[in-house]
Design a binder for this molecule. Structure first.
Ligand code: ADP
Ligand code: MG
Length: 242
């Protein structure tokens, strides 16, 4: 496990700068939320961490390894980060078991080891009874748990989440928040969790990065964000509730 650092990272598309001189140090095992209004650049940051986007200035480090800079770009596969997105992106023609095991099949992991690792992650997300079902035979929450299990199967030490609960109703979101906390406790992985929902960020994260138009407005614990906002904008944003 290693620290994940963004050092003076900027990202521009043609003329427009969407991330402006962003620096963050994310400690191993930390659960970090990237919080801010729609369009502030949250997904772009996640995509740069995942290696789907290059960066314009600065660098991203994982421990001793430089993942991205003006001249370096480690490809997505070589980063081995888990990813969970809003749309679960499960394969409809595969069972739960096949969906979860597929990344290992591609990596040509032996059948025995595959079975063992699948069983491990099924236990973590508590889906053992559902392993022979197809995605269409699952509830929204169960599908999201399959996506969680699949993100874990390659044993990543960093997992990236892009608004994974945005499609679920409030009741289900509350129970999924518990699932995420449990998932974090059981895996010990570093988690970077994008959301525009401050209640969700506050409930889940050890530390929150508040973003506005590509700039970091505050980087603090949920408690400090709430009790000690560093600017009027943050105070207003947090005060608005959700
Ligand atoms: P968020 O996830 O916080 O809603 P995004 O990271 O998706 O925000 O987008 C931040 C800004 O970057 C937006 O203004 C968006 O239009 C712009 N943007 C994102 N991707 C691209 C792209 N490929 N080309 C041009 N502009 C983009
Ligand atoms: Mg987004």
């Amino acid at each position: 496990m290693a620290r994940l650092s963004l050092n003076h990272v900027s990202k521009s598309f043609v003329e427009k700068t969407v991330i402006d001189d962003l620096s963050l140090d994310i400690e191993p095992g930390q659960f970090v939320a990237l919080l801010g209004p729609s369009g502030c650049g949250k997904s772009t940051i996640l995509r740069m961490l995942a290696g789907f986007e290059s960066i314009t200035l600065g660098n991203i480090q994982h421990g001793e390894m430089c993942l991205s800079s003006e001249t370096t770009h480690v490809p997505t596969e070589a980063r081995n980060f888990g990813m969970v997105f809003q749309s679960y992106a499960l394969w409809p023609h595969m069972t739960v078991l096949e969906n979860i095991g597929y990344p290992l099949k591609i990596q040509k992991v032996s059948r025995n080891e595959r079975q063992q690792r699948i069983q491990n992650v099924l236990d973590i997300v508590q889906l053992d009874d559902f392993k022979d079902r197809f995605p269409s035979q699952l509830s929204g929450g169960q599908r999201q748990r399959v996506a969680l299990a699949r993100s874990l199967i390659t044993e990543p030490d960093v997992i990236l989440f892009d608004e994974p609960l945005a499609n679920l109703d409030r009741h289900l979101r509350d129970s999924m928040e518990m699932t995420f906390r449990d998932f974090h406790r059981r895996t010990g992985a570093t988690m970077v969790y994008v959301t525009h929902d401050q209640a969700e960020a506050m409930a889940l994260a050890d530390k929150i990065a508040v973003l506005k138009e590509g700039q970091l407005m505050q980087w603090s614990t949920p408690e400090d964000l709430y009790l000690r906002p560093e600017s009027e904008w943050v105070a207003n944003f947090i005060g608005q509730g959700s």
